[in-house]
Design a protein around this ligand. Structure first.
Ligand code: SF4
Ligand code: MG
Length: 329
């Protein structure tokens, strides 16, 4: 399948009073047309920073993309300036955040907010924009769209507002949708409906989705592939089956540990004893060493180079590296 996004060795830092935080430390992955990639990990692992960097939303200063490429449909986005980004944001690449209320403007009608992007970027007539807005409300399952267009955000429930946010994000028919914890603020029943909606929309539009989440239940429902992040790096990546049924990294195993059955997954990531390393001075070796029950001497001083397992499965762990077996057997 066609690759629409390639992220290569992305590195992002933030200047703070305490020093420079290395938030993303060399992230590489690609995304195909119509695919959903879930990026999972604890808070502070760099998953939101990664997606913000793709979108050109790293505030600079204090943030900075210090290395790497983000190739989107053949163009390197890390070379884009603000105005070049503005032309694709919400048009070819859209982003949905956790809280639907802050994403909507309380003083504008739903109709105005739906058609705003369309009118700015595509210069279409008011009537055509309205037709498209109605079509989008139908797509996201909001009944009575003619009446609803005139209403304001406070007249909708939380779940309905998130549907509207999704409609706004898709109205310009983007190639890529990045959703950062899109269902975290919603109750469980509504969460399930919104996830089903993502799946339906993907089927109808072929949009590629990057889903940022700490919720394994969400991942189990809609991801095709999963990237597990730890301390600013992707430490394991593979298809949903590969990660859920054959996790290879001790950190991933820890996350999945207490989950009894995949079909019962409603759990958030399980806490693992210990805390992630300080990203002011990240370790040279494997960042999980201090928390890892299998840590060997090599782990603390050399970073484990990515090992390819079966299929699309890749992991950064010395336990999977043939050379470590030679050293320690
Ligand atoms: Fe554990 Fe070593 Fe693997 Fe890191 S490289 S996860 S410390 S075994
Ligand atoms: Mg986040």
């Amino acid at each position: 399948k066609e690759k629409i996004l390639q992220v290569e060795d992305l590195q992002v830092t933030f200047q703070t009073f305490g020093g420079v935080v290395q938030a993303v430390r060399g992230v590489t992955f690609d995304l195909h047309k119509g695919e959903t990639l879930a990026i999972v990990g604890e808070s502070g692992c760099g998953k939101s920073v990664t997606s913000n960097a793709i979108m050109g939303l790293i505030p600079s200063p204090p943030g900075k993309v210090t290395n790497g490429k983000v190739i989107f449909k053949g163009k390197n986005l890390t070379a884009f300036n603000k105005s070049e980004f503005r032309k694709i944001q919400g048009v070819d690449v859209s982003m949905i955040f956790q809280d639907p209320m802050t994403a909507l403007n309380p003083t504008m009608s739903i109709g105005e907010q739906l058609t705003e992007g369309l009118r700015t970027h595509h210069k279409i007539s008011k009537a055509d924009a309205k037709t498209k807005a109605i079509e989008m409300l139908n797509l996201v399952g909001i009944s009575n769209p003619h009446e609803r267009l005139k209403q304001y955000p406070h007249q909708f429930s939380g779940g309905m507002r998130q549907r509207i946010v999704i409609a706004i994000s898709l109205i310009c028919e983007p190639t890529l949708l990045i959703a950062d914890e899109p269902t975290t603020a919603l109750d469980v029943t509504i969460q399930a409906q919104i996830l089903e909606l993502f799946a339906e929309i993907q089927e109808k539009t072929g949009v590629s989705i990057i889903l940022i989440t700490h919720d394994l239940g969400v991942v189990a429902k809609i991801a095709d592939r999963i990237a597990v992040m730890y301390a600013g790096k992707i430490i394991e990546i593979g298809t949903k089956r590969e990660i859920f049924y054959a996790p290879a990294h001790p950190y991933t195993k820890g996350l999945l540990n207490s989950v009894p059955r995949l079909d019962l997954l409603e759990e958030e990531l399980q806490p693992i004893e210990g805390t992630p390393p300080d990203l002011f001075a990240p370790p040279t070796g494997c960042a999980f060493t201090a928390r890892c029950p299998y840590a060997m001497e090599v782990c603390s001083h050399a970073y484990p180079v990515e090992t390819s397992l079966f299929g699309q499965h890749k992991v950064d762990c010395w336990l999977q590296d043939e050379r470590a077996k030679g050293i320690f057997s």
